[in-house]
Design a binder for this molecule. Structure first.
Ligand code: ADP
Ligand code: MG
Length: 270
């Protein structure tokens, strides 16, 4: 089924491994897509709330977050916030950890997020889901709500094994819960070009996954690691940094894939 052009694409940023750059990618891609005049909703699906604090939002209670949406006590429209960065956020707090148990007894427990997202699809161009580092019920809700998955990964020794597990999970979700689900792309993050191993893994990735590997590579960049402690996406913290430039290019690459149009290659001010 083709969806209408003006309905949001739902992208789950996922990898069951922690610390690979999911939240960094979700927040910065949201900001860079908004920078390219896209209407974006970022949904934080991780009880750690890194995407939430990374947008400068703190001290919320569960009933004002994605948690209440999942358990059916609020809608996305009720609980979304406008960030200072041009996109909307449905935040998460630690309370979300309880959803794992609470969902068990609810009807359509794998479809709660999908059902909620349907109601706002017409308001956005992109809905980005920042998934937790686990293959749990929250991640399943993310994968069921999504059209596509974006997989950030570090090019290190065990990365390819982890990817095999993830691909198996995606196949199961596709077979049982969400036949639309596809891999949008694999994103190399925290890239260190001086490492021989990194280069090797990166090449293997390209030969296995071909076009699915984004041309854009996110380098290891200290400004990307610093920006969340100021509650800012990196383009609002240091737009000229290599990290900011990489995420601007990633947004361009994504838009080129989706709309067949390519924005000016680097919208820099340096
Ligand atoms: P995940 O959400 O997959 O657990 P994060 O996005 O939280 O991963 O990233 C893990 C840590 O690495 C964070 O402290 C983050 O600031 C840092 N980080 C992420 N991407 C980069 C990068 N490209 N360069 C430097 N540090 C990064
Ligand atoms: Mg995270």
């Amino acid at each position: 089924m083709n969806r209408e052009e003006n309905v949001a694409k739902v992208l789950a940023v996922t990898n069951q491994k922690g610390g690979v750059g999911k939240s960094t990618t979700a927040v910065n891609l949201a900001a860079c897509l908004a920078d390219a005049a896209q209407r974006v909703l970022l949904i934080d699906l991780d009880p750690q709330g890194n995407a939430t604090t990374g947008c400068g939002i703190a001290k919320l209670k569960g009933l004002l977050t994605v948690y209440a949406v999942l358990i059916g006590q609020a809608t996305i429209d009720d609980n979304r916030l406008k960030t200072a960065y041009g996109f909307d956020l449905l935040p998460a707090t630690r309370d979300l950890a309880g959803a794992e148990v609470d969902l068990i007894s609810l009807e359509r427990r794998e479809f709660r997020l999908r059902d909620a997202v349907q109601a706002v699809l017409a308001n956005y161009d992109f809905v980005l889901l920042d998934c937790p580092p686990a293959l749990n019920m929250l991640t399943v809700n993310g994968l069921v709500a999504a059209d596509r998955v974006m997989i950030p990964m570090q090019c290190e020794y065990y990365a390819l094994e982890g990817l095999t597990d993830l691909v198996t999970t995606l196949k199961k979700v596709r077979a049982n819960l969400n036949p639309r689900l596809e891999i949008e792309g694999l994103l190399r993050t925290m890239f260190d070009p001086r490492s021989t191993l990194t280069q090797q893994v990166s090449k293997e990735l390209e030969s296995h996954f071909g076009e699915k590997v984004y041309r854009t590579i996110v380098p290891r960049n200290v400004r990307l690691a610093e920006a969340p402690s100021y509650g800012k996406p990196v383009i609002f913290f240091d737009r000229a940094s290599k990290g900011a430039q990489a995420y601007l290019l990633l947004a361009d690459e994504l838009l080129a894939r989706h709309h067949g149009r390519f924005q000016s290659a680097v919208r820099t001010t340096n």
